[in-house]
Design a binder for this molecule. Sequence first.
Ligand code: PGA
Ligand code: MG
Length: 222
Amino acid sequence: MTLKKPSVVLIDLDGTLVDSVPDLAWVTDQMLDSFNLPPRGETKVRKWVGNGVKSLVKRALTDQLDGEPEPDLLDKAIPVFMSLYEQHACVESTLYPGVKQGLAWLKQQRIRLGCVTNKDARFTLPILDKLGIHDDFDIVISGDTLPRKKPDPAPLLHGAEFFGVTPDKAMMIGDSVSDVKASRAAGFSIVCVSYGYNHGADIRTMEPDAVIDTFAELESLF
Ligand SMILES: O=C(O)COP(=O)(O)O
Ligand SMILES: [Mg+2]
């Protein structure tokens, strides 16, 4: 399948650029342990990532995707998670295979790049730095940059405005239903990676414009 070449590409972080689950699962289980709750492990955490820290902590405390913990417990657990994750945001996290190559190719095509994640800036920036890809992005829009996160289109529209392009010239690359919904609502095209998190469901069911198995495949898309 070929797509119209965009002027701007905004790229999701967790499950798209970075396999962040090993660190998120470690932090989640340490946080649970401090409240005498049992560990949930990587397989469950992999299904719970993608809607920001508050959602992940709620899911971990209740052991359910749409669980609502006691408000008091949640209020105590969030700062514990934050402080653990601040110290342990990028110990085992890695770039997915092909990411470096794909970013280099996009830049060679003179496409401007931004990163759009639901992760708070205090975690996003050190991870991008440590993995050596911060300088590839002209703008980083984190989960707390604006009042609303993905699936709201606001972060994507903010990115398009920053680059001075209309949404029809912009593309998002992501891994989850939130990325597809935000892109559709913003009028961006959307390419998804097949290997990401997406709460354990196949992203093809959301009918993105294209699905790639690695960033190296971007070269054959447009
Ligand atoms: O859930 C998060 O904290 C971030 O997830 P995202 O990078 O896939 O938007
Ligand atoms: Mg993601």
